[in-house]
Design a protein around this ligand. Structure first.
Ligand SMILES: Nc1nc2c(ncn2[C@@H]2O[C@H](COP(=O)(O)OP(=O)(O)O)[C@@H](O)[C@H]2O)c(=O)[nH]1
Ligand SMILES: [Mg+2]
Length: 337
């Protein structure tokens, strides 16, 4: 406790309001004895790259200790750069979760690859994530070739180590190490069965590689996404969970209303966009059952992540071929920022 903090400062009476600003200033001026000096504090951007589905988003969530990015077994779950912020007394690591590196075909895919390029163009370190339960393939090689010319220090997460079997495991590891070429900076990880020591070791290596720098974000901020964007993503995650194979790529979510009422309830109305009338039918389900399930699971997740009580209204609309429409993709993303 600060010796100078009196009850009045914590809970000023109406009549004492005028005194408040100068009191706050006085408190903020007090030095914290343990605050790191600027030249020992490290910070920087860590681009997290890899082919789709290797567990990049799951790993970023595990490293940051919060759900900053939604995950699913479906490829293309992550569509744009997402920042996961880890703050420690001596460092701030800014993990940039990216869409998987792949060959772009449609407007949405091109948009996703631009997001990867942007992340690589301004990073202080690279975390290359692979699925070590399978041997490297063409897609892994393409990622390696893309990051090879980037000067930033590189680390490899041999992820999904929990799925590695005794027969093929060692050979997969050897092949990935040959490809990556730097055994000292490769670490086994798992985003689901967390071996905390490995995550700690990986973090320590990454932090040691970051340049000296300030704390860019306040210590309690764990992502750059506004709450409404997080809410839209959590709804999309549930839609991906419940829908059949062919539909999920074509799902987009936009928020129509986002109001935190004085009673602390968040009123949220969102539209789920699909590309075809038949997809709309699947999404709504028999007598609305599917949409109800997606709605109640989303509501629970949003309540847990954002800490508000939530009233959620979901709509479904068809917008044909939205993924091919570059302007629409850009607008949809911009609307969430
Ligand atoms: N068994 C296992 N599954 C994982 C691991 N990491 C991610 N997954 C699963 O793999 C799928 C893809 O993960 P995601 O993080 O969305 O991959 P991304 O496309 O690289 O971001 C999801 O179903 C995850 O639950 C892991 O270390 N072990
Ligand atoms: Mg992802």
């Amino acid at each position: 406790m600060w010796p100078m903090t009196s009850k009045e400062h914590d809970a000023p009476h109406e009549s004492e309001r005028d005194d408040l600003p100068s009191d706050i200033e006085t408190q903020a001026d007090v030095d914290t004895p343990d605050a790191p000096t600027p030249d020992t504090h490290r910070s920087g951007y860590v681009a997290v790259v890899g082919k789709p589905n290797v567990g990049k988003s799951t790993l970023v969530n595990a490293l940051v200790g919060r759900k900053v990015a939604i995950t699913s077994p479906k490829p293309q779950t992550t569509r744009r750069r997402i920042l996961g912020i880890l703050t420690r007394p001596d460092a701030q690591a800014l993990f940039v979760d990216t869409p998987g590196i792949h060959v772009p075909k449609q407007a949405l895919n091109q948009y996703m690859m631009r997001e990867v390029e942007l992340a690589l163009s301004d990073c202080d370190a690279i975390l290359f994530v692979v699925d070590v339960s399978r041997p490297p393939d063409e897609d892994d090689r393409r990622v390696i070739e893309r990051i090879r010319p980037v000067a930033a220090p590189k680390f490899m997460a041999l992820n999904k180590a929990d799925l590695m079997d005794a027969a093929d495991g060692p050979d997969n590891v050897k092949q990935f190490l040959d490809l990556f070429g730097d055994e000292n900076n490769a670490i086994f990880t798992s985003g689901v069965k967390i071996r905390q020591e490995n995550l700690e070791e990986l973090l320590a290596k990454i932090i040691a590689a970051l340049p000296p720098g300030p704390q860019y974000f306040p210590p309690d901020q764990y992502t750059d996404q506004p709450e409404r964007a997080l809410a839209a993503e959590l709804i999309r995650e549930q839609a991906l969970r419940f829908l059949e194979q062919e539909v999920p790529h074509a799902v987009a979510v936009s928020i129509n209303e986002y109001t935190l009422r004085p009673n602390k309830t968040l009123y949220l109305a969102a539209t789920i966009y699909v590309e075809r009338e038949s997809h709309k039918g699947i999404l709504i389900g028999k007598s609305g059952q599917m949409l109800k399930r997606i709605g109640s699971e989303s509501r629970r997740e949003i309540e847990r992540e954002l800490g508000h009580k939530v009233f959620l209204e979901l709509w479904v609309k068809v917008r044909e071929h939205w993924r091919r429409d570059e302007r629409y993709v850009e607008r949809l993303v911009a609307a969430l920022e």
